[in-house]
Every structure is written in structure tokens, then in C-alpha cells.
Write a protein that binds this ligand. Sequence first.
Ligand code: NDP
Length: 681
Amino acid sequence: MTTLLQSFIGGRWIGAQPAQALRSAINGETVAHTHAEALDFGEAVDYARRVGLPGLLALDFQQRAARLKALAKYLGERKEELYAISAHTGATRVDGWIDIEGGSGTLFSYANVGAGELPSGNLIHEGPALNLGKKGLFGGTHILVPRGGLAVHINAFNFPIWGLLEKFAPSFLAGMPCIGKPATATSYLTEAMVRIVNESGILPAGALQLVIGSTGDLLDRLDGRDVVTFTGSADTAAKLRVHPNVVRHSIPFNAEADSLNCAILAPEVTPDDEEFDLFVKEVAREMTVKAGQKCTAIRRAIVPRQHLDAVAERIAARLAKVVVGDPSVEGVKMGALASHAQQADVAERVALLRQDAEVVYGGGAGFAPVGEGTANGAFFQPTLLLARNPLANSAVHDVEAFGPVSTLMPYDGVEEALQLAARGQGSLVCSLVTKSPETAATMVPALAALHGRVHVLDRESAPESTGHGSPLPVLKHGGPGRAGGGEELGGLRAVTHLLQRAAVQGSPTMLTAVTREYVRGGKVTETGVHPFRRHFEEIQIGESLLTASRVIRDEDVHAFGHLTGDMFYMHFDDEAAKASPFGQRIAHGYLVLSDAAGLFVVAEPGPVLANYGLDTLRFVKPVAIGDSIQVRLTCKRKIDRNKKDANGNGQGVVAWDVEVKNQHGELVASYDILTLVAKKG
Ligand code: NDP
């Protein structure tokens, strides 16, 4: 590994003179030095704007998603290099997995979000368009576009790889070049990852720059096109949020700060229930994974008063089995804190907590981690505290010991449990361990007001639960109040947060042109060739076909009913149908749908390879026996996922707007059809 760390700015590695020594969390030996050279943040910002941005926007959402996928694979191939370095941060193999493979897994997940949910091009139409005039000549809709700026991501020390990648992935998809600033203490691992990313050659130049050390005047150089995201302490978040330049330019600032997450054992759970053990396991696991240095870890375990002793005993018994020490030693389950500064910080905070809480397990006396040289490492013994009067005690709800430390607290009644949860003043996550759906239905809405994520654990979900402490790429991460008030991750949401939303007004024809999505009422084109005879590249948005019309006959209704078994009275019973809101027998909606397909489908083999679904189907008006229907089929949207079939032939997705009207020109059915269409080449 490089012992002299370098920043990656303006397309080159900077740093030749050592500055701060960074020590191994395992044995205290120096593993790297930061560099002494001051960085020119003007150059970093200029490079992001001048080189990074055009390079990113030369690609579209789909192409960037493909790059993310390639990068995820590449990092996977070189993961062992990262595991080797990760050991210096005090991480066990499992801890490293969360950081390293959790990081590449997050890239994969966003690659899938991009490929599956984002359009071609660099504009998202957040429809449907609304009609704002009486004659359908003026409408409005929303679009999301790249902000045209860069993203500064400031990260915490606990996840040097995942921390940057989980922020990078959505910003890269959103078309923003990134400047990553890892926490100095573990920046040697982030630096190694950025070197690998750079060596991959997968990202356009300027897509990812790296700052080792201080951010200097970087935030002063940003403007309203940019965003800042932050993970770390609530104090630093509070400071950076009101940075004068951030405030002046209304620069979006997303914070994910420390929080005193809780787990609640529901009142109906008894020590004989599986849920009781699930609670005990979850608390013990959250205390020891990553040595408790997870922003989501359970800091407060809230249990029914009558079970306090039983819970304390069982958690203590589990903790006693956790071997702490050098993760390279066989049998070690918990490693060190990330740095000696953290070790001192956690000790200080535990001392504060102990003023009002007793020690159930741990506390440090006589603690000796296993492994050579570990006496000089940044280890901390798992420590379980007990606050007997938590409503009167504020330290247990305020002081976060960012290590293997949790406090038990008793409650009497659901209201009191919720009151205690609320004392955290907003957290990232809460677990409710219950066997009662009624308890879940009562408590979760109240907990949801205070938490970014609520994890309900019972014997049914346990075999597949991803656990209290794992933020998932597809679900929101971030909580209200003390947790920073931010939102990260959440699948597509994370990407749309980073785009600029604008309302657009105009005629349907203009809205179609802008959104690249056909808006009803807009001008259509008829080429004289059936659109299903044309290849993907040839089909134009707004290209349309008006079919012949067809009468829905009584014998069709009977035949359809007998074929499908759908003998609903509305289609067959004159008397009963007369008494219905429609006053007469009507055709099956699915018959109308099937007849519509019969009107526009082309029988012969052609470029349309498959019909793979319908969206937004509505039966708008009933179709009476003897009515006729006619269909307008219009190309609504095209998505090029750069996919090929088994023979290597290219194909794309075409969504068709389908309007089925009756003989009076009234809309009776409306939907989108999704087709796979072959490319010409
Ligand atoms: P900090 O808030 O001090 O640091 C977080 C990040 O912000 C680091 O990259 C740090 O860089 C950077 N930073 C600090 N000050 C500034 C500034 N003025 N301008 C720009 N960047 C700045 O947190 P720590 O890492 O010191 O951890 C302290 C506590 O934060 C922990 O004990 C824990 O309670 C909490 N924490 C919460 C986490 C979470 O995920 N919510 C994660 C980690 C910690 P540098 O390292 O160079 O100072």
C-alpha cells in the first residue's frame, strides 16, 4: 500500500511530502501519512466543471448505469487488495465485507436502478402531464434534469469505501462529477479504492476526485448548481449547514449525523418467545459488528420493566462469548475502533453515561484484546449499561458513544416506550421486535414520525431480515432531527434528489417535444407504414396508427364469457344489469382490450419481438353490446437499454399510448403497452 497518501485533483495525483501519520487501529504502527502540499480547490472545481461535467453528460442515464455496473464488477475483482488494507482500520472480515462488498453491491444496485427505471437521454419526465385548458391546448408537467454542477461528498471514518460509493453512485447517475473527502483517520483505504477506480479506466475523466486532508476553501467555491452531502458528527453537520457560501447560494446540504437509535422489545413478548431471543441477538450483534461504529447501531435498548433482568442477563452472556482482538487471529469476532482518537472519545463518553447508568457488562476493567501488539491498538470492550430511570436521565438519550456500547432502559406501557424513543430527538432507524401485528400497527406510525427507517422483527421475517443496522440501497437512509434531517439511498429517490425539478407549461405538442414522451392532444404523425413494421431506430415519438373500427356483438360477449369462464352478471343477466349503474348489459373490459389488440396487431413476423405488459390501464366508460370501438396507437416513449438478444441482435423498449374510443368518439379504455422492438443493425 502507498504509505504517502495523495489527493487526486485535476486528473493527477498530488502529494510528495508527508504530513500527519495515520496509525493502525490494531497495533498502533504508522500505516500511512497524509500529504503536506496544500490543494488548489479552484483547480478541483474548475476540472469538475470543465472536464468532468461534459464527460458525464456526453453519456446518458442508461450509459452511466452501464458504467456503474462495469465498475462494480471491476472492484469485485480487486476486492482482496482492499480487504488487506481494511484490516488496519480494525475491521474483521465481516466488517470489511459491509464496507467493501457493501460498496460494490451499492454500485450494482444503482446500476440496476438506472437500467430499469431511468429513461434514455438526460431528462426524466415526471408525468403524467396535466391538461390546464378547456380545449386541451395548454398543459403542464414536471421534468428532472441534471443540475449542471458537482457534488462534494464529505464522509465519516467508519465506512471508508461504502461511505463514498453510496454517495457517488446516485450522483454519477444524476450526471454530477464528485469530489470525495474521506475522514482523515481511515483515508488510506478510500485512497486505495479511488486508485483502483482510476486504474479501471471506466469512469470519464473528472468524474471522481479525491481530497486527502482538509477541504480548505472548497465550499467557498461552490454555487447553486452544486450539492454537498455530509456524514459525520451532528456538531460538524450543524457547522457546515450554515457555511455562509452554502447559505448564500442555497446549495442543497444533505446531512446524515450521529443518532441514538433504539430497539424496542414489544410488551407482549415473553422470555419464552422466539422474538425475545431475536431482540437479544440483534442488540448484541449491533454492539459488536464494526465494533459498534455504525451510525445505525442500537444505542438504546428499550424493554418491558418485568423483563429487564432477563434481557440484561442474556445480552451479557452473548457479549461474553465475543472474542475481541486482532481480526487476523482465529476466532476473533470483534476488531478495534478505527483510531486511537475514537478510543479516547468512546471512553470519555462511556464515563459520562456511567454517571447515571450502571455497568451490566464490560466497562474495561481487566480487558485484554487477543493478538500481538494489541495493547497499543484502539480496542474497546463491548459495554452494556443499564439506566433504571431513563425518563429522568437525559445523558442516555443525548450522549452517543460511537463504539460497542448500548444502554438498556425499562418501560411501563406502550406510551412510555414511545416517549423514550422520542427522547432521541430523531434517529436513523428503530427496531420494533414484536409478535403482534396489532402492536406493529399501533406503534409503527408513531415511530415513523421519529425515524428514517423502522425495522419490524418477528419470527417470520427473521430468517431473511437484513438486520437493524444495514441501510439498503433501495430504501431510504437518513432520519429527522438529530439524525441530520437528510435522505440518502432509496433507489430512484436518491437520484431524483440530485436532479433539478422544473414545471414546464405549453401545448401538448411542445410538451411532447420537450419530454420526449407523447402527451395526448399533441400532434401525431402517420407514415402510411404500420408502426409495428418499423424498427426501433425508425419509430418516432408521436408516430401513430388509427385502426379500423369493430362492433362488439352479443355473440362475442357470450363466446368470451364461455372461453374465459368470466360469466359476471353484468355481461349476461339482462334483469340484473338493468338494475346496475349502467342500466344495461355491457361487454367485458378484457374483451374490449382483446378486440383492441386484434385491431392493431400485425400478424406477420416483424420487428416487434414481444409485448411484455400493460401500464396504467383504465376502463373509462362501459362498452354496450352493439357499440363499436376504434383504437389510436401512438409511440409514447422509447428506451434504449443497449440490450441484445441471444443472437447478438440489438433491441429497445417502446411504450405505446393506446386510446380506445367508441362510435361517439368517447374514450372507453386507456393504457400503455410495452413492447420489445428489434433494432435494424
Ligand atoms: P466529524 O464530524 O468530525 O467528521 C466527519 C467528516 O467531516 C470527516 O471527513 C471530517 O474530516 C470532516 N470535517 C470535519 N470538520 C470539517 C469542516 N470544518 N469542514 C469540512 N469537513 C470537515 O466526525 P468524526 O469523524 O470526528 O467523528 C466524530 C463523531 O461523529 C463520532 O464519534 C460519532 O459520534 C459521529 N459519527 C457519526 C457517523 C454517522 O455515520 N452518522 C459516522 C462517524 C462518526 P477530518 O476527518 O479530516 O476531520
